[in-house]
Design a protein around this ligand. Structure first.
Ligand code: NAD
Ligand code: UDP
Length: 318
């Protein structure tokens, strides 16, 4: 197959690029490098089945493809709040452009949605099933991302109902691993980089808010299963139900890096969800999918990756 991956130079997109090249497919990676980096796909440059397109997903693109994975969108709050209007355009226009391409070519199209469509969930709906409609602030600082992703889901469902476009939607819960951007502000990369540098670990608020952390390879396996089976169109949660407070994560990172860093508390950003845990019943029953890697197991290679990255960067600077 020829597979288009928008956001293919980012953390998750680059892992998809390698997976599909290794499976013998042709990959077209489309990215504007806002948060993605060429080094993420450096080993693929020059591969006869790999093509890199510097392009913005908000502008239409024309090519012939069999499958489309739409991942283009900054995922970290720091980056998606940097230019919120651009963020919402990326989600909405990007979805329209991918869906239009899918409609013309007949390609199956995949949307990287997010647990953020649940907003700050009612504690009574915990863990969150796909049937929960969410509790999202439409006018807050996270809305450009949350509402953009919600609108993209609506567009996917309407293109399916109105034009019979073959769609798949994944709601991704916090995922981490090698090739995350070291300065993108997400909690796992922040804590590891701070610990490796011996800097203070910045816990926002009391650190009692929870997240459920999925290792990237489990997630990518879930993507592949969903995309390559014929039944499901509605959204599917893919995430690891192992739930941790942010303070627990900080303590694990300190222990696993052997760092002397101290935990400091900083102001909690507004609309920061208090609890987050996926209900993965649909993924288990319909895809036979379950995560296999615990947080402790996944942190190890992630720490090794950042350790190597920081010494490579130091060597360049030095
Ligand atoms: P990332 O920031 O590493 O990757 C996003 C990629 O999209 C980058 O390469 C970036 O340059 C590119 N991009 C951004 N705006 C673009 C535009 N207008 N045109 C073209 N390319 C553009 O983030 P990630 O963690 O790899 O996330 C990938 C997708 O998964 C995103 O859509 C994100 O919303 C979704 N997601 C990720 C997580 C997670 O925990 N990693 C959770 C929920 C949803
Ligand atoms: N967080 C933190 N310190 C940091 C970065 C993030 O305490 O240096 C917290 C943040 O307030 C949130 C959680 O960690 O409660 C996850 O943040 P992230 O930006 O990774 O993703 P989110 O799930 O909020 O989109």
């Amino acid at each position: 197959m020829r597979i288009l991956i928008t956001g293919g130079a980012g953390f998750l997109g680059s892992h998809l690029c390698y997976r599909f090249i290794n499976q013998g497919h042709e990959v077209v990676c489309l990215d504007n490098y806002f948060t993605g980096r060429k080094r993420n796909i450096a080993h693929l440059l020059g591969h006869p089945h790999f093509e890199l397109m510097r392009h913005d997903v908000i502008d239409p693109f024309k090519l012939e493809v069999d499958q489309i994975y739409n991942l283009a969108c900054p995922a970290s709050p720091v980056h998606y709040q940097h230019n919120p209007i651009k963020t919402i355009k990326t989600s909405v226009m990007g979805a329209i452009n991918c869906l239009g391409l899918a409609k013309r070519t007949g390609a199956r199209v995949f949307q990287a949605s997010t647990s953020e469509v649940y907003g700050d969930p009612d504690p009574e709906v915990h863990p969150q099933p796909e049937s929960y409609w969410g509790n999202v602030n439409p006018i807050g600082i996270r809305s450009c991302y949350d509402e953009g992703k919600r609108c993209a889901e609506t567009l996917f469902m309407d293109y399916h109902r109105q034009n019979n476009v073959d769609i798949r939607i994944v709601r991704i819960f916090n995922t981490y691993g090698p090739r995350m951007c070291p300065d993108d502000g997400r909690v796992v990369s922040n804590f590891i980089v701070q610990a490796l540098r011996g800097e203070d670990i910045t816990v926002y608020g009391e650190g009692q808010q929870t997240r459920s952390f999925c290792y990237y390879s489990d997630l990518i396996d879930g993507f592949d299963r969903l995309m390559n089976q014929d039944e499901l169109t509605g959204p599917v949660n893919i995430g690891n139900p192992g739930e941790f407070t942010i303070l627990e994560l900080a303590e694990k990172v300190i222990a696993q890096t052997g760092s002397n860093s101290k935990i400091v508390h900083q102001e909690l950003p507004s609309d920061d969800p208090q609890q987050r845990q996926p209900d993965i019943t649909i993924a288990q029953q319909k895809l036979g999918w379950e995560p296999t890697i615990t947080l402790e197991e996944g942190l190890k290679p992630t720490i090794e990756y950042f350790d190597q990255l920081l010494s490579d960067d130091a060597a360049v600077e030095g």
